[in-house]
Design a protein around this ligand. Structure first.
Ligand SMILES: Nc1nc2c(c(=O)[nH]1)N[C@H]1C(S)=C(S)[C@@H](COP(=O)(O)O)O[C@H]1N2
Ligand SMILES: [Mo]
Length: 303
């Protein structure tokens, strides 16, 4: 894969040695997955749903067609404005209903959480999708460190708020900062990832550097970018898109071809880089892994 090291892409202020170490852990992880298969354990690939049949979206496309409203409202804006997002220094606050609230530097976070590669489909509610090899670690591993209290039922996430620098935040397209949330069991699910890279590299700014959420069975807007705060909560958190248009963007936002959207077709989707539309799969193809989270729930009501 051709890769140009542009200023936007190299903005993540970690040393090459740190990335080298991350990559080495990744290779070890891959080797262990092979050993696990021999022992009859679930191979890592099983975590990726049917993605083995999927062709990966070319890097150039995945980094030039983005939704990142802080960097502009059109698909081309985030790549063009990428350098306006300053990601060094970067800290993440973990607070709320946890025994050990903390402000964590990005360096510390990267050192203590080795990444693995996960190929995930991500489907936007607008009707397009991509297949991307992410580098990340399960959100559950991060949350456990801070010891969520028994009263914690939800997790709330916030993106950086920096209207001086981020051109999109000068306009009230959304109520800033961008906010998202999950139920605690969704957050702890092994598919739910904190991504710090893609295609074997640090995350480009337009894709949510230096760290973002990935919840591959939900519409793309749940996968909040450039996170600065994670708060364990007792009540269902307020989320940006739900605030703006609750009839269009539910709190759950599970990919569901059976539940129509007022403006966009949810029965099919266009894979970026492809011509023909594909059928959209229940839970974006991750039904086997996640359907159990919603047993007995009316998914038309809790959309
Ligand atoms: N902070 C923030 N996160 C965000 C968004 C955004 O505008 N701001 N857009 C969301 C939407 S609608 C989608 S589809 C995905 C797109 O991710 P990608 O650009 O990496 O494909 O990011 C999500 N995360
Ligand atoms: Mo989206």
């Amino acid at each position: 894969m051709p890769f140009r090291w542009t200023p936007e892409l190299s903005a993540l202020d970690i040393t090459p040695e740190e990335w080298f170490r991350q990559r080495r852990r990744l290779m070890k992880g891959a080797a262990m997955a092979g050993a696990g298969a021999m022992l009859g354990l679930t191979p890592l690939a099983a975590m990726s749903g049917e993605s083995s049949e999927d062709t990966q979206t070319p890097f150039e496309k995945a980094t030039s067609y983005n939704n990142f409203y802080e960097l502009g409202s059109n698909k081309e804006n985030p790549a063009a404005n990428a350098s306006k997002l300053v990601i060094s220094p970067w800290n993440v606050v973990i607070d709320g209903a946890v025994a050990r609230p903390e402000k964590l530097s990005l360096e510390e976070l990267l050192k203590s959480h080795p990444v693995e590669e996960r190929v995930y489909r991500l489907r936007c509610v607008e009707g397009w999708s991509m297949v991307i090899p992410w580098l990340g670690f399960p959100l559950a591993e991060l949350l456990k460190r801070f010891e969520p209290l028994g009263s914690a039922k939800y997790v709330a996430f916030e993106t950086i708020h920096d209207p001086q620098r981020l051109p999109g935040q000068a306009r009230n397209v959304l109520e800033w900062p961008y906010r998202e949330g999950l139920r605690l069991d969704e957050a702890m699910h092994p598919l739910t990832l904190i991504a710090t890279g893609m295609y074997g590299r640090p995350l480009p700014n337009q894709n949510g550097a230096p760290l973002r959420l990935l919840v591959p069975w939900k519409y793309g807007f749940k996968s909040i970018k450039s996170i600065v705060r994670i708060t364990l909560a007792e009540q269902q958190p307020v989320t940006s898109w739900n605030l703006l248009a609750p009839e269009e963007y539910g709190f759950y936002a599970n990919v569901n071809p059976q539940v129509p959207h007022p403006r966009w077709d949810q029965g099919s989707e266009r894979r970026i880089g492809e011509f023909l539309r594909r059928t959209t799969l229940m839970f974006n193809g991750y039904e086997k892994q996640v359907a159990g989270l919603y047993t007995g729930m009316n998914l038309s009501k809790y959309y």
